[in-house]
Design a protein around this ligand. Sequence first.
Ligand code: UTP
Length: 292
Amino acid sequence: MKKVTKAVIPAAGLGTRVLPATKAQPKEMLVIVDKPSLQYIVEELVESGITDIVIVTGRNKNSIEDHFDFSYELENTLQKENKIELLEKVDKISSMANIFYVRQNHPLGLGHAILKAKPFIGDEPFVIALGDDIVYNPERPVAKQLIENYEKYGASIVGCQEVALEDVSKYGVVKPTENLDENTVAISDFVEKPSKEEAPSRLACLGRYLLDGKIFDYLEETKAGKGGEIQLTDAILKMLQDGEKVVAYEFQGKRYDIGNKFGLLKANIEFGLKNDETKGELKNYLKSLKLD
Ligand code: UTP
């Protein structure tokens, strides 16, 4: 079995739900306390053993490249001012992993963005981590959970969590057939953004996948589906129907969707309450608010 060392982070969406914040910067660069959300995701991947990451960028990609690059002027100034702790924090960002960039010229959908990474991934199994989904699990980063599951079953994996019935219409939802273990189920179908009545379960695909390199053959054949976009789930479904092994894995961790305004606020409050520099003041501030 090939070791999983590569990952793709698609970050080329338009981010219309958080406009105007995303007018001139990608939503993946929106800040949660003191780091862009993309850095949380790169850290999760690195802590999971991933060494090579390709970020699929769109317009306004410069801030992403600059963030993960070495910043001579900044590091030189911090050094001169003897701000060693900050210097270490900044320096770490540019040496965490090998990061590559590929451009998706037109945002034709998640499936189309992933296909752009084909020359980089080849036929290896790889992780996909959506750039606008942060999953908090300091003990067992979610990409590591997926890699361990892959080592157990040798199947492609759709990372899922149970969502409220009212929310199924926001996601791709899987149809489970058989429990393989406490957190893993065999599946036979996906329904993209089903109504409550149509939903085959409450297990929704939430921003993490581990796929065999064969997915690229399927993506090449995939036409625009729901919403006029080339959907990754359509290609995974085709792969499943062709008899390739695909399972749904219910990952452990708290997920924050920073692609919408409320998700972004929630992530900032909860990460602010975990951060040593901000938690005391933030707690007092929240308590002081007279909410009705
Ligand atoms: P979303 O559907 O949440 O992103 O895609 P979006 O299209 O930017 O969102 P809204 O609806 O306009 O607010 C999930 C992930 O896939 C990436 C996004 O950047 C995000 O990380 N994506 C999506 C691409 O890279 N390319 C695409 O064509 C679409």
